[in-house]
Design a protein. Structure first.
Length: 199
């Protein structure tokens, strides 16, 4: 009788341990299968925070306390920059004065488009204030496109050397299709002033 009771208790304990172990293995397997999907969703969620489709960024060194300005112009529109912050195509979301009145050390300006109008885009860099003698300001310009249901993709990047006050350089002129594709052989640096001569 005692042996039978011991056997039944042993069997119940074994079954309980097996059930717990199987439940744990099942949980771990589900987490492992879900991880890639969770990571992908997180990337997509971060990417969809971009408030526009054509993103133009301007960066210059944090140790150079100078005011560099980004100017952009979309198809059939007017130039957008610090004194005209937006139109039907572009909005300048950040006008950085260098270190003046800045809560961060980063020297950075950014403009976003609403949609992707087909046609020519112009991106200029303007040295607003004076440049100390002998200083060269390397301004980096990055253009990215975010198509519908896709992640943001960088399409152009260059560096412009600024040496004097009111210097305006065309970083890019390029054409996009309405789907956001870069038109082959359309990229040029052919100069087109946006702020220092009448349109």
């Amino acid at each position: 009788m005692n042996e039978l009771e011991d056997f039944e208790e042993d069997s119940a304990g074994t079954v309980f341990r097996d059930v717990i172990l199987l439940a744990l293995i099942g949980f771990v397997a589900m987490v492992v299968m879900l991880l890639p999907h969770l990571r992908k969703s997180e990337v997509e969620a971060q990417d969809h925070k971009a408030p526009g489709n054509v993103i133009v960024e301007l960066h210059w060194p944090t140790n150079q306390a100078v005011d560099v300005d980004l100017w952009v112009m979309g198809p059939e529109s007017t130039p957008v920059g610090f004194w005209n912050l937006g139109n039907r195509v572009f909005n300048l979301l950040r006008d950085d004065l260098g270190t003046d009145g800045d809560a961060t050390e980063e020297n950075y300006e950014v403009a976003y488009s609403r949609g992707i109008p087909a046609g020519e885009y112009i991106v200029n860099v303007h040295m607003y204030g004076p440049v100390p003698p002998g200083m060269i300001v390397p301004a980096t310009v990055v253009v990215s496109v975010r198509k519908e249901f896709e992640q943001t993709k960088q399409i152009l990047k260059t560096q412009v050397q600024l040496k004097r006050r009111h210097q305006e350089e065309t970083a890019f002129r390029f054409r996009l299709t309405s789907k956001g594709d870069l038109v082959k052989d359309s990229v040029t640096t052919l100069r087109r002033r946006l702020i220092t001569e009448p349109m």
